[in-house]
Design a protein around this ligand. Structure first.
Ligand SMILES: Nc1nc2c(c(=O)[nH]1)N[C@@H](CN(C=O)c1ccc(C(=O)N[C@@H](CCC(=O)O)C(=O)O)cc1)CN2
Length: 283
């Protein structure tokens, strides 16, 4: 069933739920899913409601005008998404294929309302697999003399494919601030450590040298500051003293692809709100 997903945040106050739900009820809105969070540390309120798209007595393009009196009253920042509109995903990759493979599988099985419209990589090795899956592949080598060309092409192709979200699937270049700012809140990364531990390059070697007993993966929004963006999803697995960095990387691949797939699904289902570099994820 098609829904209109309304996500919103505002300074916390009494009467928000009543006002928003009353507005929807007054217009015949049938709510199938509702989630709320009041954050005492920031005194902000967060809400997500899934409304049956055919239940409202007005067209979606009239929502803004009709909802604005309530939005203005409470200072609500809101967005609305029609679940009938699949999110267009552009994937960035380097050499590793396990996360790319997982996302292609998830898209093909309809695991979430998204489609992979293109895969871009600074290496050629994934081309045959990607094109066998009938997905456009673009090889974008990084010229050390002019690395900006690589990133400009990423931005151009993201816009050309009308991307909604950019997913770094073990993409191993640091995106410039210009891209992070331009597409803020729309770039997801899978970092192969349980952040904030072991940010940056070679996290499994860092973990080995530290002698940790758990390794993990973190899906987060990408910001100019490396591996410091709002965390969307994480998970861990146990390791022991006998595991080399290479064994950790082998074990870690399973958790990386799972965490990225979960994080992407939460994002494309509009279940993630960001506030003060932290996320509220309505599962
Ligand atoms: N602006 C951002 N870019 C990227 C982020 C981020 O949070 N902000 N996350 C990284 C992911 N990452 C690990 O998960 C990571 C990737 C690359 C490097 C790194 O040192 N890269 C070197 C070159 C490596 C190579 O290609 O040989 C570099 O870019 O100079 C560290 C961490 C993705 N990008």
């Amino acid at each position: 069933m098609r829904h209109l997903v309304l996500t919103m945040s505002c300074p916390d106050a009494c009467g928000i739920i009543s006002a928003v739900s009353g507005f929807l009820a007054d217009h015949g809105g049938w709510i199938d899913e509702a989630s709320y969070h009041s954050d005492p540390s920031t005194q902000w309120f967060f809400m997500r409601q899934a409304i049956r798209a055919d239940s409202l007595d007005f067209p979606q393009d009239a929502f803004s005008d009709l909802f604005s009196p309530i939005a203005d009253r409470f200072g609500i920042k809101w967005r609305i998404w029609d679940t009938g509109q699949k999110k267009r995903v552009v994937v960035l990759a380097s050499r590793e294929d396990h996360c790319v493979n997982e996302l292609i599988h998830r898209a093909s099985t309809g695991d979430g309302p998204f489609e992979i419209v293109s895969i871009l990589s600074n290496h050629e090795n994934l081309r045959s697999f990607v094109e066998w899956n009938r997905i456009p592949f673009h090889y974008l080598p990084v010229d050390s003399q002019s690395p900006q060309d690589h990133f400009s092409e990423i931005a151009r192709l993201f816009l050309e494919y009308k991307g909604d979200v950019m997913v770094l699937a073990r993409y191993m270049r640091i995106l410039p601030e210009s891209i992070c700012t331009r597409f803020s809140g729309r770039i997801l990364n899978i970092h192969h450590s349980f952040l904030p531990s072991f940010a940056g390059a070679s996290p499994y070697r860092q973990a080995f040298l530290r002698g940790v007993k758990l390794i993990g993966a973190t899906c987060h929004y990408v910001t100019a500051e490396l591996d410091a963006g709002p965390i969307i999803e994480q998970d861990v697995i146990r390791i022991d003293h006998g595991d080399s960095p290479e064994e950790m990387a082998r074990l870690g691949r399973d958790i990386e692809k799972l965490v990225l797939a979960r994080g992407l699904r939460y994002h494309v289902e509009d279940r993630v709100l960001v506030h003060d570099n932290r996320t509220i994820v309505f599962h």
